[in-house]
Design a binder for this molecule. Structure first.
Ligand SMILES: [Zn+2]
Ligand SMILES: [Zn+2]
Length: 340
C-alpha cells in the first residue's frame, strides 16, 4: 500500500467534549443542566435522572410511612402533656379555693371576736352606780372633797364615752397570699409548603449557553446582541475575561481596551466602563484554577453576575446604561484567543 499524497482530506469533525466519556463527540445538550453528551451517553444521562427520580419516590414513600407513625406518636405526647397541664391547673384551682375559704373563715372569726369585745364594752361605760351618792344624801355625811371627787369621776366617764370608736377594725390585703397561675407559650410559625407556590417549579430555567473553546476558529463572542431578558452563559476553564460591552463599541483585540466594557479579570481587577479597579466590591480572582463559571447577563436590570460554580462565590456588577448603552454583546476572552 502506498500513500497517495494527492488525496484531499476532510477536516476532522470536532464537537464539544461529552460530559460522560470526555471524547470530542458531544452532539446533544441537556436543557436542564446544560451539559453536553455524545449520542451514546445521552440515554445514560436520562437513565441517571430516572434512577434519581425513582430513589426520590422511594424516599418520599418511606417518609410517608415514617410520618404516619411519628405523627401518631407526637399526638400522644401532646395529649399527655396537655392532660398534665390541665391537672396542674385543677390542683391550683382547688388549693386556691381552699386557701380562700380558710382565710375567709379566719377573717370572720377575728371580726366576730373584735366586735364582741367592743359590744361588751358599751354597758360597762354607760351605767352609773349612784347608790353610794344616795346613801350620802340620806346620811348627809359628805364634804366638798367628796363632791369634787365624784364630779371628777363623772367627767372621766363622760370623757371615756367621747372616745367611742368604730374604726378598730381594718381590712388589709396581703398581695403574696395567692399566686396567680398564668399559662405562657410559643406559637410556632409554620407555613404550609404549597408545591405549586414555588416559582422555580413553574418557570422553566432558561437554557444555558455552554461555550467551550475547541480550536482556534471557535469564537467566544455571542454573534447576536443582548437587548432584553436574562441570559446565562457557562464557561469552562481557560477564560481570562468575563464581561459585556456595548454593541456600538468597537471590540478591540485587547478586551481591556474596549470602551464601555464591564467585567472581571485576573489580578483582582474589575472593569467599570473600561477602567480597571483592583478589588472592587471585594473581588478576588482565581481564574487560573480553571473552574466552571456562570456569567449571567440581566439586560432588564442592567446587571451582570459572575458565579464560580465550584465555590458558589458570586460577584455582581451594575452596568451604567449611559456608559454602556444597550444592546450589549459579550466580551469574554479565552487564554488561547489573547495569547495565540
Ligand atoms: Zn460520550
Ligand atoms: Zn441534564
Amino acid at each position: 500500500m502506498t500513500t497517495n499524497s494527492n488525496v484531499w482530506a476532510f477536516p476532522e469533525a470536532l464537537c464539544p467534549d461529552c460530559s460522560t466519556c470526555n471524547k470530542p463527540i458531544g452532539v446533544y445538550q441537556c436543557i436542564g443542566c446544560g451539559k453536553i453528551f455524545c449520542s451514546r451517553d445521552t440515554a445514560g444521562h436520562r437513565q441517571l435522572l430516572r434512577s434519581e427520580l425513582h430513589e426520590l419516590i422511594h424516599e418520599s414513600e418511606q417518609w410517608n410511612n415514617y410520618w404516619h407513625e411519628e405523627a401518631r406518636r407526637r399526638q400522644k405526647v401532646l395529649k399527655t402533656k396537655q392532660e398534665n397541664i390541665y391537672q396542674q391547673i385543677d390542683d391550683w384551682e382547688l388549693q386556691a379555693i381552699a386557701k380562700i375559704k380558710q382565710a375567709s373563715a379566719e377573717a370572720r372569726e377575728n371580726t366576730r371576736r373584735l366586735f364582741e369585745h367592743h359590744y361588751n364594752l358599751l354597758p360597762k361605760w354607760t351605767l352609773l352606780d349612784v347608790s353610794a351618792l344616795r346613801r350620802a344624801m340620806e346620811t348627809d355625811g359628805f364634804l366638798e372633797t367628796h363632791l369634787s371627787k365624784w364630779k371628777i369621776q363623772l367627767q372621766r366617764l363622760k370623757g371615756k364615752i367621747n372616745t367611742f370608736i368604730t374604726d378598730f377594725i381594718r381590712l388589709r390585703m396581703v398581695d403574696s397570699f395567692l399566686s396567680k397561675l398564668v399559662i405562657d407559650g410559643e406559637y410556632t410559625a409554620y407555613e404550609a409548603i404549597e408545591p405549586n407556590e414555588d416559582p422555580d417549579t413553574e418557570v422553566l430555567v432558561p437554557p444555558v449557553h455552554l461555550m467551550v473553546p475547541i480550536d482556534g476558529d471557535f469564537t467566544p463572542y455571542n454573534d447576536g446582541e443582548l437587548k432584553t431578558g436574562i441570559h446565562h452563559f457557562r464557561y469552562k476553564s481557560k477564560c481570562i475575561f468575563f464581561g459585556v460591552a456595548s454593541k456600538k463599541a468597537n471590540i478591540d483585540k485587547d478586551p481591556w481596551n474596549t470602551p464601555s466594557t464591564y467585567g472581571w479579570t485576573g489580578d483582582d481587577l474589575v472593569y467599570l466602563n473600561a477602567n480597571p479597579i483592583q478589588g472592587y466590591d471585594g473581588y478576588r480572582s482565581n481564574l487560573e484554577l480553571g473552574d466552571t463559571y456562570l456569567l449571567t447577563v440581566d439586560c432588564d436590570h442592567k446587571v451582570i453576575r459572575l458565579t464560580n460554580e465550584r465555590t458558589n462565590e458570586a460577584h455582581v456588577l451594575d452596568v451604567d446604561p449611559t456608559k454602556c448603552p444597550l444592546p450589549w454583546q459579550l466580551n469574554v476572552r479565552f487564554l488561547d484567543h489573547v495569547q495565540p
